[in-house]
Design a protein around this ligand. Structure first.
Ligand code: APR
Length: 229
């Protein structure tokens, strides 16, 4: 089976009602990254940071996978599909995708601040993290999210996966944030690259076999599938 590697960003979940980051109504318009998504913020204003992610979990619990998520699952009948997502939501998994790698962490998980191997699942009945919530070793819990300035532990694995792609698909990302945006460079030269985004932020380079679908994920993935199957 040919291998399709799919790199997704916040735009993948936009039609599920989850805000992107850098569009006019994006999350970073409402909040200052430094205040809610850095290790310093967690140290100085833990309650604000924990509440920001509690609110995002609350929104995620109201959201469902959109047609774009569901169409990516259909691809698994004909291809070995590996999703690499910058998103911390679990909508790819809810839709039924079987291979999902989260580069920037997972919203529905909590992690010990004293032993990062201690990771706990959150769910609809237990989705908040508060000051005083502790791991089994007594350390405060934090969101299992990669904050700005923190290492991206899955990036090497993601690069290896991209280097074995027969087809690369990029959906709903402004390609603004590294090292995720650099994954494009690990794809084998000359493979087809599909870029699905209403405002595609990629330039037509002559050495890329680029297929731009300037559309939303909810309809754009289906257009790509029509070309692939
Ligand atoms: N379908 C597809 N793409 C869409 C849709 C949609 N319905 N709506 C918006 N988009 C596109 C926008 O055009 C934009 O290119 O989604 C992209 C969203 O870009 P960003 O808001 O920058 O989100 P993302 O690229 O995922 O950000 C990367 O930055 O803040 C950090 O960790 C955070 O993972 C995030 C990373």
């Amino acid at each position: 089976m040919k291998k399709i590697v799919v790199l997704t960003g916040a735009g993948m979940s936009a039609e599920s009602g989850l805000k992107t980051f850098r569009e006019s109504d994006g999350l970073w318009e409402e909040y200052n990254i430094e205040e809610v998504c850095t290790p310093e913020a967690l140290r100085k204003k833990p309650a604000l940071v924990l509440e920001f992610y509690n609110k995002r979990r609350e929104q995620l619990l109201q959201a469902s996978p959109n047609q774009g998520h569901l169409d990516l699952v259909k691809l698994e009948k004909n291809y070995d599909v590996q999703i690499i997502t910058q998103n911390v939501d679990n909508l790819h998994e809810q839709a039924g995708s079987t291979k999902v790698l989260h580069l920037h962490g997972e919203l529905m998980k909590a992690r010990s601040t004293g032993d990062e191997s201690l990771i706990y699942d959150l769910d609809k009945d237990n989705y908040t993290i508060k000051i005083g919530d502790r791991c089994e070793k007594g350390y405060q819990l934090r969101p299992h999210i990669v904050f700005f300035g923190e290492a991206v532990p899955m990036i090497e694995k993601a690069a290896d996966i991209c280097s074995t792609a027969d087809i690369l698909v990029i959906i709903g990302t402004s390609m603004n944030v590294y090292p995720a945006a650099g994954l494009l460079g690990f794809a084998p030269a000359g493979i087809p690259i599909y870029f699905i985004d209403p405002h595609p932020n990629i330039s037509e380079k002559d050495d890329l076999d680029l297929h731009i679908i300037a559309d939303k994920a909810g309809s754009g993935v289906a257009k790509m599938i029509d070309e692939l199957i």
